[in-house]
Design a protein around this ligand. Structure first.
Ligand code: SF4
Length: 60
């Protein structure tokens, strides 16, 4: 378990995240998440989550 009781992202995700950052790509999930508003999401990582088990892409 990580801080705040949330599970750690898998190693493959962390490596992919590192690669995306190195390439200058966007890594913040909340910007495209349908739960990105205060009363819908109480995760402490919002609005800067880079990994989130509750992520759901907006507009699907
Ligand atoms: S559910 Fe996760 S990705 Fe979506 S807004 Fe909340 S913290 Fe961000």
């Amino acid at each position: 378990m990580a801080r705040h009781g949330l599970p750690q992202p898998p190693l493959a995700h962390r490596l992919k995240l590192r690669l995306k950052r190195a390439l200058g790509l966007r890594v913040i999930l909340c910007d495209t998440c349908q739960w990105d508003w205060r009363s819908a999401c109480h995760n402490p990582q919002r609005p800067n989550a880079t990994w989130c088990p509750e992520y759901s892409r907006r507009g699907r």
